[in-house]
Design a protein around this ligand. Sequence first.
Ligand code: AQP
Length: 330
Amino acid sequence: MTKQENKQVFSGIRSSGELHLGNYIGAIKSFIELQKTRDCVFMIVDYHGITTPFDPKEIKNTILNVALDYLAAGIDPNKSILAVQSNVPEHLELSWIFSTITPVGLLQRIPTFKEKIRQHPDYVNLGLLSYPVLMAADILIYKAGLVPVGEDQLPHIEFTNETAKRFNNKFGKTFPEVKAKLSEGARIMSLNDPAKKMSKSLGPKTYIALNDSPETIKEKMKKAVTDIGTTGKMTPATENLFLLLKILGKPEHYEEFLAEHKKGTIKYSLLKETLAADIADYFAPFRAKRKELEAKPEYVKKILADGADRARKIARATMREVKEKIGLMI
Ligand code: AQP
């Protein structure tokens, strides 16, 4: 593996709605750290976004909103490549090639596929089944060595490595080994059901969006599930709130409430009120920056167009190499 391949990072976020605390803590927070020292490509993966139900009238807006969220959270287009997946069609070309070396049975066993068909029983499509193949192409077309993701994506990273190995064994060493980078909050749970991960598709009442106003955060947090009683081991719902407080709250608040919980004197209503205020404070600069960017849609579109140009240069070079290895016409 060359030095450059080691430094390359790729990750993507589906254009399936507004970004929430799970997306931020599980993924974007790491993106911002990694862009300081590595070559990063971050994408709005809209082709993945259309594998679940969507409104054609809304999708363009959703894509732009994800771009606004990325930028307002701190993705710096001078450091990282920020682009929309469908503007780099080479992803699909590589995905097709990978699909020809992928056993169908392997895809049917991937847990996210099973979960999505449970969620959308009337929307079981081939794109959903081959989602991991496209994701492997997304990552490997940049020869990325590191992929910052939430825990739910681990089976896809494992699949990516299997695909790279299968390709390398068949056609000669081309792709590097990929490592997942998990953050401290690699699985943030839904506010109203701690058995489910916080998810855009579970609806806005179950998550806190990065762009929620302090009032909305307070309202949503008020309804978050907590423990009944004040002693004993934390239930998953309370653990989730404490994790949010640890990552996004003021450190003294985390210590204070932890001590109260140990003593059995904790008041959950106060915990939730404090947590809501801390989250609102944490994202105050985000909300201000987003508002500024919302007024400049042309500027944001230009960032995405430049990002696609830069991404395509890398993607085209990989595709040339891949076609050469396979023996196709270049
Ligand atoms: N709850 C979560 N905790 C930690 N990380 C999470 N991620 C998503 N939810 C959590 C991580 O965010 C990145 C982008 O995810 P995505 O939007 O592309 O797809 P997703 O995992 O399917 O996210 P959602 O919110 O659950 O979207 P829908 O409902 O549309 O499917 C990924 O790195 C993901 O792990």
